[in-house]
Design a protein around this ligand. Structure first.
Ligand code: ZN
Length: 49
């Protein structure tokens, strides 16, 4: 496992496992863990105000 970076929301370390990133990169090029990406909504069309 390689450290890919940190979640820009909660600061959790995000690793690369067997070539798969253990998180997501949103349209602002921010790295997010799955938990935070689900909380924020993975649908980039949504606007949260
Ligand atoms: Zn997070």
């Amino acid at each position: 496992m390689e450290l890919a970076g940190r979640c820009s929301s909660c600061g959790k370390n995000i690793y690369c496992r067997d070539g798969f990133l253990d998180g997501v990169i949103n349209n602002k090029s921010e790295l997010l863990c799955y938990t935070c990406s689900e909380l924020k909504g993975s649908d980039e069309e949504k606007e949260i105000k």
